[in-house]
Design a protein around this ligand. Structure first.
Ligand SMILES: O=C(CO)[C@H](O)[C@H](O)COP(=O)(O)O
Length: 217
């Protein structure tokens, strides 16, 4: 049985957008495996970030595969655009659509990797029937919308439950991940770690990213 590899996926939500190219180069040098893009629409979540055009520019500015997390209502209207923008992964919030199976299959047809995401209060049971359709499950460990929040501890129990169900699945944790708790997340069963403010709000995002990479090796 192949053990999924550990990957740090910095979220640029809290990066300095006026120096985005430098911020991206820093995480590349720091050993990140993915660049995580938080797409927010002011409707599904109480914040607005950016859309497919900026994502496409980020894709061109980076050698890292893009991990696009759609925290938006009506995601079916936008998956084609994100696939065209070059997303490697497209994550859909299970709570955001009536047609989860359809949209995940559409993402694969478009040549990207489908992933499903669940909010802290959403049970694993709700995504049970799509676990064989996706390449990754993203477990939100904060209520989505903002960086810089604290990890909700019961989300680690959800990851543990999911890992027991699917030993080879890529499981991503997103929200409140810090150097002080990343090993708890790893122990629970996560292997892809989204880290936002704990990387970009430090003196040297490159050095900090490297520390996270070394921590989960
Ligand atoms: O999806 C998100 C918020 O909805 C962010 O990816 C997440 O919060 C990462 O930021 P931080 O590491 O600062 O918590």
């Amino acid at each position: 049985m192949t053990k999924p590899s550990a990957i740090i996926a910095p979220s640029v939500l809290n990066a300095n957008f006026l120096r985005l190219q430098d911020e991206i180069s820093a995480i590349e040098k720091g050993g990140a495996g993915l660049v995580h893009l938080d797409i927010m629409d002011g409707h599904f979540v109480p914040n607005i970030s950016f859309g497919p055009d900026i994502s496409k520019q980020i894709g061109k500015a980076s050698s890292l595969p893009m991990d696009c997390h759609l925290m938006i209502s009506n995601p079916e209207m936008f998956v084609d655009e994100f696939a065209k923008a070059g997303a490697r992964y497209i994550s859909i919030q299970a709570e955001s659509t009536h047609h989860l199976d359809r949209i995940l299959n559409r993402i694969r047809e478009l040549g990207a990797k489908p992933a499903v995401s669940i909010n802290p209060a959403t049970p694993i049971e709700n995504i049970k029937w799509v676990l064989d359709t996706v390449d990754m499950v993203l477990v939100m460990s904060v209520n989505p919308g903002f960086g810089g929040q604290s990890l909700i501890p019961y989300c680690l129990d959800k990851i543990h439950e999911l890992r027991s169900l699917k030993p080879e699945l890529d499981i991503e944790i997103d929200g409140g991940v810090k150097l002080s708790n990343i090993l708890d997340a790893k122990k629970a069963g996560a292997n892809i770690f989204v880290v936002g403010s704990a990387i970009f709000k430090t003196e040297s995002p490159e050095e900090t990213c490297r520390e996270f990479v070394n921590q989960v090796k």
